[in-house]
Ligand binder design. Sequence first.
Ligand code: CS2
Ligand code: MN
Length: 358
Amino acid sequence: MKMTFRWYGEKFDSVKLWQIRQIPGMTGIITTLYDTKPGDEWDADAIARMKKTVEDAGLELSGIESVNIHDAIKVGAPERDRYIQSYMNTIRKLGQADIHMICYNFMPVFDWTRSDLAKMRADGSTVLAYDQEKIDRIDPQRMFEQIDTDSNGFILPGWEPERMAHVKELFEMYREVDEEKLFQNLVYFLKAIMPVCDEYDVNMAIHIDDPAWSVFGLPRIMKNKADLHRLMDAVPNPHNGVTLCTGSLSSNPDNDIPDIIRSLKGRIHFAHVRNTRHTGPGQFEESAHYAADGDLNMPEIVRALVDIGFAGPVRPDHGRAIWGEVAMPGYGLYDRALGSQYILGLYDAVKSERGREA
Ligand code: CS2
Ligand code: MN
């Protein structure tokens, strides 16, 4: 596996590439053209500039998170084919720029959802947290306002003001879309784009829904092992793969993550490794990556990735806010840097164990 770090670009991120470069073992950057909207066709020059910026800093551009999908594709509206065409053009341009992994999600209206962006812990650090009871009490429109106020002035991925100004219309669009329809629309999209993925060897990596259950009555279709396998089987092309996000999967404690990883051999194109702590039914907080700080068996997760021969990019996911850093919630430098070192430590341990077994 290759250790990478998510970065939003010079204009949007408080973290600098030179800082990321100083993290031991860090080889790549996962980034995006953060000022594009879902449905926009990406510009080849902008892609080239983004790549050059990363490479000039001595890092590799290891993949895109995300090329977001227009709601017309998700709901299966008549104009979806036009948006699929523009998505294919973007894939082609990324492939031509030698970028071969695209992370995306297929969640209606909202990307990930949290009830708190800065829940205080006993040690004074703050974390992102989820409490279903709080979410049940909140109107989706107010949810956006709250996220906006609590985000330290940063625009959060999936919560762009232009989109959220239309929350009501977005909900309206999904009124007739149940899980089955949403799944079929995803399959339609993937089948359409596979030829261009084949031609340019671009891996599509769907992110797990977060949390892994329905929120605000909207359908959610990437929640567990069965959902993932259903999609892998519906479009068996290896370019149709998964972003295995341990944090998102762990929102539901019934998900056996090492088992899911082992079952997806060859289909995991990107891994987000982080830990969560369950604080009650339908409640969790994003703990430190260190296993004992949360509920996940982090050594087993890394072992499973090694077992399936996973060679793609891995990144620490959301971190705590520590040491006074002011950053986009979940995306500061310090705790994600610590997380990366922990993952690499586990990885080295598993590898050296294997060396002795061989
Ligand atoms: C999130 C998402 O869990 C995560 O990694 O930060 O915003 C994620 O990047 C998207 O759902 C992928 O499209
Ligand atoms: Mn993730």
